[in-house]
Write a protein that binds this ligand. Structure first.
Ligand SMILES: NC(=O)C1=CN([C@@H]2O[C@H](COP(=O)(O)OP(=O)(O)OC[C@H]3O[C@@H](n4cnc5c(N)ncnc54)[C@H](O)[C@@H]3O)[C@@H](O)[C@H]2O)C=CC1
Ligand SMILES: O=C([O-])CC(=O)C(=O)O
Length: 338
């Protein structure tokens, strides 16, 4: 079978890639497609049969990435957009994935990225609100605990915020929890689907190991070490890359995995449930209105926010450590837009 897709470097405003909203015609846009995450993420999205049109945008390098990825022999069309063509990149899109922004270097926290990434994400959100107000938005850019509230507040200001269509991508925490539990319990990651709740930074990452029999068995130092590794898996990669950035390949995998799950939900599949950071009522009584927990994804995006389920006494403590930090991060994001 030959590739039908040809890379275009710019679609003129008149060249809408599609005009129907059928499930088979799903345009997915990657903002930050030229980066360490954006490139492999674009490749993986090219492999997803639910993507019909892949729109790749970056302030640098996206047309080249698009030309490269477009040679992969799957059916989707790939178009690359240079810096000045953000609106064209977004036109008609159903899903926007955002890995735009700077990554950490050793010694930095995710919150240290706020000063640079907050305005990048705010400006991209404003463009989405203007050009593609009904798109589902998947935020990868850190600090996720703050960038998601920034996107929400920006869309709210524009009068187009729909909480069912905004997601912070916390899938890498779930992927890590599954991989690391498998390695200490001598099992397969497919048998270790750990719910991870809270947010996406150190102590705000709360793995619910007690909800799996393999996780429940871990005690004492083994339990503490595993929780630490899940909470600080990002730091492990930042340190190993030694100044060259943070997780990109595993994040691209996790980003494509979450996008694929969302597309399955959007196309009508039932029972698609995965943790994601969304506007949530679960801890609203504590003043926390964004929280990651298992969410059912459906034709409108967020279909149902599931309760977090039973917690062990250790997990209760982890949750108590998570909530104040998460609240602070969320408020910082909101204050930035206000
Ligand atoms: N949610 C998660 O689990 C994870 C999040 N991240 C975060 O993802 C972000 C990206 O990381 P990398 O890809 O490694 O960084 P990178 O520096 O390799 O790539 C970022 C890309 O964003 C582009 N960019 C900057 N401003 C832009 C704008 N206004 N519009 C469009 N593109 C723009 C840059 O040109 C660059 O190509 C970082 O903030 C990082 O902390 C990283 C790993 C996991
Ligand atoms: O650690 C970082 O800065 C990148 C990230 O969010 C992760 O790998 O989980």
């Amino acid at each position: 079978m030959f590739a039908r897709s040809a890379a275009k470097t710019l679609a003129s405003p008149s060249s809408r890639l599609f005009s129907s909203s059928s499930a088979r015609q799903t345009k997915v846009t990657v903002l930050g497609a030229g980066g360490g995450i954006g490139q492999p993420l674009s490749l993986l999205l090219k492999l997803d049969p639910l993507v019909s049109n892949l729109s790749l945008y970056d302030i640098r390098g996206a047309p080249g990435v698009a030309a490269d990825v477009s040679h992969v022999d799957t059916s989707s069309e790939v178009t690359g957009y240079a810096a000045e063509h953000l609106d064209a990149a977004l036109e008609g899109t159903k899903v926007v994935v955002i890995p735009a922004g700077v990554p950490r270097k050793p010694g930095m926290t995710r919150d240290d990225l706020f000063n640079t990434n907050a305005s990048i994400v705010r400006d991209l959100a404003a463009a989405i609100g203007r050009v593609a107000p009904t798109a589902h938005i998947l935020v990868i850019s850190n600090p996720v605990n703050s960038t998601v509230p920034i996107v929400a507040a920006t869309l709210e200001k524009a009068g187009v915020f729909d909480p069912a269509r905004l997601f912070g991508v916390t899938t890498l925490d779930v992927v890590r929890a599954s991989r690391f539990l498998a390695s200490v319990s001598d099992s397969s990651p497919s048998e270790c689907n750990v719910p991870v709740i809270g947010g996406h930074s150190g102590p705000t990452i709360v793995p619910l190991l007690s909800q799996l029999s393999r996780g429940k068995r871990l005690q004492g130092e083994d339990y503490d070490k595993l929780v630490y590794r899940i909470q600080f898996g990002g730091d492990e990669v930042v340190k190993a890359k030694d100044g060259a950035g943070s997780a990109t390949l595993s994040m691209a995998y996790a980003g494509a995995k979450f996008t694929g799950l969302l597309l399955r939900g959007l196309s009508g599949e039932k029972g698609v449930i995965t943790p994601t950071f969304v506007k949530s009522p679960l801890f609203a009584d504590r003043g926390i209105d964004f929280f990651s927990s298992p969410v059912e994804l459906g034709v409108n995006g967020v279909e149902k926010i599931h309760p977090i389920g039973p917690l062990s006494p250790q997990e209760e403590k982890l949750l108590e450590a998570c909530l104040p930090e998460l609240k602070k991060n969320i408020e910082k994001g909101k204050a930035f837009v206000a």
